[in-house]
Structure formats: structure tokens, C-alpha cells
Design a protein around this ligand. Sequence first.
Ligand code: SIN
Length: 317
Amino acid sequence: MTHAIDISCAIGGKKLPSLIMNASGPLCTMEDHLRALCQSSSGAVVTKSMTIEPRDGNPHPKYADLEYGSVNSNGLENLGVGRYMEVISKLKKEFPDCVFIASVAGLKEEDYYNMAAEIGTVADLIEVNLSCPNIPGKPQIAYDMEASDRILKTINTKTQAPIGVKLPAYCDPVFLKEAADMLMKHELAYLSLINSIGHTVHVDPLTDETVIHPNNGRGGLGGAYIKPIALGQVHAFYQLLGNRIPILGVGGVYTGRDVYDYVLAGATGVQVGTAYMQEGPAIFTRIAQELRNVLAEKGARSAQEKLGMLKIRGVNT
Ligand code: SIN
């Protein structure tokens, strides 16, 4: 009877039937991708990070599968906010029960405000991407607390749509605390932790070349390589924020057990990137069933029952 186990969650006042959804990035750029997500068991439909104008992004090859994950330097290839307004409006009519999360990535601060004002009229939530590592000459804004503070404060005045934030890893407790203090000043629907880890190099042993071309061959690392780092970020932010801001864990979600680990660490939901790229939309049904099986084995009737229940060796046992 595992189907009776509740894997729903709520973010930004929206109830999602499954806490497992796609991550902004892979296979969510084109209308067909987004339609396939609407037809899948993904708990929400998250768009590719959009910019004001359409972009081709960085030159190819800009994505490679790796033994334990993937590397990309996509460069925000997307259709532009105007086209996503049309696509989301259309898909909402076809799939009225779907929850749409529009990811926005400004090339300058005003872009965030202008896009939020527009896309917030059609999308259910906005994911503010402050952590793209792949645009030459542009920093990952989330490492600048003052700029992030300003953007989150202003963007919330520009739209009624609830706002989530996509962050990079802060691998130092001082910066984690600084980020948590800054984030707590704002009304946020969720944190998405974490974006790919930027500027990594992978060598093709046959050619002695980097496996991707842009940014001198350096790109954002995703997949199983980064799961322990992402789990650490979820765990640390959960301890700092408690239940004040729900967390979505991202990084190395391939199985129901991976999702369960994120829930234990404090994630209300998860977003699937590399594994969705590699397996396609059927992955959401498989992982959901696996999660229900894990929860049944643990004697839990819902995923949220296990939220933040990670035991620390030698403390809780
Ligand atoms: C990209 O388009 O380069 C990836 C976006 C991101 O990682 O935020």
C-alpha cells in the first residue's frame, strides 16, 4: 500500500502532489520540454533560467556526462522572458493543475525586477537565480551579500508571486551564517540548494582536452559528485533557519534513497538535474515510487514526518 504514503509538500502557499521536481537547467528550455514536464509526475514545472532577451548561450560543446555526474557551461541559453510568458500562459490552460516556477537570471540588477514584474503575472512562483557560474565577466551574485539583499528586497516589491532563491554552496560556516541572516530578512517561499559547483575541469584522456569548450574549458559540476556538498548545505541551512524557509535540495538525486537523505537533512523537496537530463521525464515516477518504498521500510506515512530527522552519530543513538 505504498501509494498511500504522502510525498506531497507545500511551498509558497502551493500544494505540490510530489516533493520531487525538475531543477532549472536541463530539459526545461523549450516549449516541448515544459509540456513533457507537465505530462510527467514532476511535482512542479521549473523553467530554464530566463533573461530579458533570448540567448544562444555559450558555444558548444558545453555539456558533458561524466562518470558520476555532469559538467555544463550552458551560458543561460533561453527563449527570453516574453516567450516564457506566452508558453506558461498556454500550458496553464492545457494543464491547470500544474504549478509553474519561472527561474529568472538577471545580467544586471534591473533585469531581475523587470522580469519578476512580468513573469510573476503568469507563473505561480519565481525562482531567483543568484548563482549561475557560467557567464564570463558576471559574478555569482549570491556571494555578494549586499547585492543579494538589495535584489531580494526590491524584487519582492515588484511582484505578488512568491519568491524562491537558487544559491551556490557556501563552504564555510561564517558565510553560511551571513547568508542565513541576510535571507531571513526577506519573505521567501524556498531556498534551492545548490547550483552546480562552478569552474571545474574534466580532461578527456584520449585527447588531453577539456571535455567542454566555454570558459577555458571550465564548467559547473552536477550529479553524484556534489551530493555530499549539497546535503551539507541543506543540513546547515536547516539548522540555521529551522522551519522559517523551506529548502529544496539539488545535487545528485538519482534514487528515492537520495531524496530520503535530503529530507532527513532538512529538505522539504528536491529538484533533479543531471539524472533528469540522463533519464528523461519518466524519472519522476520511478524516484517517487522508490521514495515511497524507503518511507514504508522506515515505517513513515509521509515524507514530511522525516523532515530534518537526520541523526548525528554518537548524539542521538
Ligand atoms: C547556465 O545556463 O549556464 C546554467 C545556469 C545556472 O547554473 O544557473
